[in-house]
Write a protein that binds this ligand. Sequence first.
Ligand code: MCA
Ligand code: AMP
Length: 503
Amino acid sequence: MFAALRAAFPADLDSAAVETDSGLVYSWRDLDRATAMIANLLRALNLPAGSRIAVQVEKSVEAMLLYLATLRAGYVFLPLNTAYQSAEIEYFVGNAEPAVVVCTSRNFGWVSKIAFKAGTRHVFTLDDDRTGSLLARAAHHSDRHEVVPAAADDLAAIVYTSGTTGRSKGAMLTHGNMLSNAQVLKDYWGWVKDDVLIHALPIFHVHGLFVAIHGALLNGSKMIWFAKFDPRGVVRRMPEATVFMGVPTLYVRMLAEPALDRSAARKMRLFISGSAPLLIETFNEWKARTGHTILERYGMSETIMLTSNPYDPKDGERLGGTVGFPLPGVGVRVRADDGNEVPVGEIGGIQVKGPNVFKGYWLMPEKTREEFTADGWFKTGDVGKIDERGYVTIVGRSKDLIISGGYNVYPAEVEGYINDLPGVAESALVGVPHPDFGEVGVAIVTAKPGAQLDGDAIVARLKAQLANFKIPKRCFVVEELPRNSMGKVQKNLLRDQHKQLFA
Ligand code: MCA
Ligand code: AMP
């Protein structure tokens, strides 16, 4: 993967590769030298083959360089959301047993304790102001490095996705998964020589880390880099850019900027949305304000990108409300619960097969087997249909999952934490519509006999334990949860009851 990206660097290595929102400029030569130095540092640690490098740091160009250096050195990158707190990190580090952990200096105390307990030998720090022990150590290493060869089937990254029941699963992605997907997207999205990407997404998930970074680098394209999404700043820099990628919340927030108009978007070639459903209202309003039709695509940590609306009009129209066609080389089909084919246009479970599909869940062969059909198709857990023209539409999910601002929240996980609080008998977390985040979690809780519960206090308790985006936006204490005749909590009734909460 790294060799392919490196081969795409432009001939003029002194031209700008990344310009940050704070005015720093990194040349292609900087990218080459810095990844060499970090790769040399990692190699000097004499880690076993296949070692995981777990990273929980704020977004910075150096954090991206660490990712690229990990590929370059032939190790396995394990990105972690900066919102994760100690119990979450303890699980990921305990499960993945990384050889190296990189964290912020602010978190070094508690993260290193967790890492050393899990047997990790090397803990480095990396801050978003180009300081920390990782860079200090790398500075002593050579800026030349032979890329360590990797086979298509070799692991390149492990991306944790929250588990529908119980614990998170680490999706094992190979160099072949990532490179084949990046090459397909380069052609399908029509990347051209002078493209400039605005990078405003976090870099600990597939969207910002793989789709955006690989897209720009594999095309030798400059990135305008935002450490944190800032709608005003992005609209201000838009006249210099040609490609933007975002989750729907980013589009909603940019639409609230008066400066967003056709003139701001005059050089833009392509706006891409994904990770969560894009409302048709957002799609239409964007077109009216900027003259551009957003291209919506569909992906998963386990499969990287699997479908996309067309870029080239000769391949068809970009249809709002759909996620387009299966990407070239990727098979997508819809199956009934019993595994049988469904007629064209009918709803069923979306399944996928292709070079983009991951190798399995880390240390969970059983789970891996469960998620694949006997004939080798991966069950996405999304529910949808494919029309006679081939457009895929996602209509829902069979997995109990809330997607909030592009982040996944698994109700089972949050309910587990709520149920452990004193006085709680049981709980249900449901997703309700939200104008900014698309969907947010709302908790409904019952008390143990004699216990007095307060919804706000429950929310406050959870804030100390869980990543912020998983925290329910509201919590209601009720007498009992509605159940069907089988005794199962009827989440659809709860969702219905609270759907106007943020309207
Ligand atoms: C922040 N908050 C949230 C979220 N983000 N609440 C619900 N959902 C969220 N996503 C809450 C915080 O807890 C806090 O609450 C308050 O909002 C402000 O926090 P702050 O950090 O300032 O928020 P922000 O910086 O404005 O972040 C919003 C965001 C961010 C920019 C939309 O969530 C984001 O970057 N989302 C993108 C996620 C993404 O990249 N997903 C791709 C996954 P309080 O004040 O109460 O503490 S990859 C994927 O899904 C697949 C593969 C695919 O297809 O791409
Ligand atoms: P993750 O586990 O973060 O990889 O999230 C993957 C999930 O995000 C998919 O299974 C879908 O449910 C959802 N998703 C991604 N892209 C879209 C989209 N364009 N529209 C609706 N849902 C999407």
